[in-house]
Design a protein around this ligand. Sequence first.
Ligand code: PNS
Length: 163
Amino acid sequence: MVAIYPGSFDPITNGHLDVIARGARLADRLIVAILRNESKQALFSVDERISMLKEVLGCYENVEVDSFHGLLVDYAAQRGATVILRGIRAISDYEYELQMALMNRRLHSEIETVFLMAGEAYSFISSRLVKEVIRLGGNISGLVPPAVEGRLKERIGEELGSQ
Ligand code: PNS
């Protein structure tokens, strides 16, 4: 079974990593796919995010990193994937995820969305909050992989330096 784990990953957090570790045990091949979204202002470019994901996920033999644009279901079909993998942290994620899963099913009924519950230790982590905390000088260790923490500090330092 080929599964796609799509997202923005700006940047990848330990919550994403937890879902990837679980997903990699369920799927024969797991494609972690970054959405190329020109309209969304990201902290890291898609190429930077690809390189961070590759660095952090190098230990998984059946996990591949890629990017896509356009409809997720079209990309999934083109990659021969039958499953879209998403993580759910709390009930607040449910509504948005339900909407996307139902829309994706309507667009392509053979592709199933499978949800994994994020580990409780990660249920409060989001890329958005991690960026906010580090911008305001808070400690983010343990929330993102160490390599990502270093790049985040660098990038936020550059951002603050240019203001
Ligand atoms: O990490 P995110 O930002 O919550 O991921 C959202 C993502 C990338 C899964 C979603 O925005 C998406 O699939 N976009 C691709 C465009 C698409 O297929 N839209 C219709 C989905 S219902």
